[in-house]
Design a protein around this ligand. Structure first.
Ligand code: SAM
Length: 291
């Protein structure tokens, strides 16, 4: 367990992941009934962008910072952010600590908690003791949020279905196990879908080489899951050696009209996060309604 998200917080992959998370929570909030967010790999919850780790990689500069200064690489005529992306960015800038500009980048647990309502709840798993301690400290005054220092894959079965019977599971592992990570995700999803077939499951994955992720997509197409939406953003060609060329999210049981909600934001991210060629933004259904 060498991975520390502090080195990567706010990078282009986080921007995609957290935009999708925000859209999912907005969709859940369309109904008044409470919901639960389960985050199997939560991280420490909040990251200082002036920390030694963030500073070492500077990854957020080609991620979240590009949304703050959309004209930096353009001609001064950058179009306004699509409304969903604007709301997401504002939700980050509104967090305590960001009054004087973007200093803190919230991880998925803090973004979820900021968007949740009084009656909603969150179950957060983080296996690394130091990260789990920081996470527990962050939410010590928030009774809606429950932190568990345990293996999120193994714990998921005890959290689904949640008491609320509505909600989403975010699976965002560090992929230290490389391609084996997908097999663990598949097993975990398979079990969870038996226990809670109607839950929304959002899985983040890195794209280094396209061939590494294809078996996972094929598995999703044949596992009986319904409404599986795929959102991807590639900032480099998907065969450039030895680097994170892009990332993706698959959403099982995607809420109604999630594709419409994400279409313009994803296009805008493609424009804003491009490197030396236009980024490739993809949004399509791996499995439609009928499965
Ligand atoms: N979801 C977070 C976010 O979006 O802000 C980032 C999570 S980071 C990519 C992955 C985290 O999973 C790391 O903090 C790592 O310590 C933790 N981790 C690794 N294996 C785990 C496991 N089996 N169960 C729970 N957490 C794990």
């Amino acid at each position: 367990m060498n991975y520390r998200h502090a080195f990567h917080a706010g990078n282009f992959a986080d921007v995609l992941k957290h935009t999708v998370l925000f859209a999912l929570i907005e969709a859940l909030k369309a109904k008044p009934a409470p919901f639960c967010v389960v985050d199997t790999h939560a991280g420490s919850g909040c990251y200082a962008l002036d920390s030694a780790q963030a500073d070492k990689t500077g990854e957020y500069k080609d991620g979240i910072a590009r949304l703050l200064f959309p004209d930096m690489h353009g001609d001064g005529n950058a179009p306004a952010l699509p409304p969903l992306l604007r709301r997401w960015l504002d939700s980050i800038l509104d967090l305590p600590g960001n009054e004087d500009g973007l200093k803190l980048y919230p991880g998925s647990p803090l973004q979820a908690a900021a968007a949740m309502r009084e009656g909603d709840s969150a179950q957060l798993c983080e296996l690394h003791p130091e990260e789990a301690t920081l996470l527990r400290e962050l939410f010590r005054h928030d009774a809606r949020v429950h932190v568990h220092e345990r293996d999120g894959y193994e714990a998921l079965k005890s959290f689904v279905p949640p008491r609320e019977k509505r909600g989403l599971v975010l699976i965002d592992p560090p992929f230290e196990a490389q391609e084996d990570e997908y097999r663990t995700i598949e097993q975990t999803l398979k079990q969870a879908l038996v226990r809670w077939p109607g839950g929304i499951y959002a899985v983040w994955y890195p794209i280094k080489r396209r061939s590494q992720v294809q078996p996972f997509h094929r598995w999703l197409q044949h596992c009986g899951a319904r409404r599986v939406l795929r959102a991807e953003l590639l900032v480099w060609p998907d065969d450039s050696p030895l680097r994170l060329n892009g990332s993706g999210m698959v959403i099982v049981n995607a809420p109604w009209k999630l594709d419409e909600a994400l279409r313009e934001p994803l296009k805008a991210l493609g424009r804003l996060l491009s490197q030396d060629r236009p980024a490739d933004a993809r949004l399509d259904w791996l499995v439609e309604e009928t499965g």
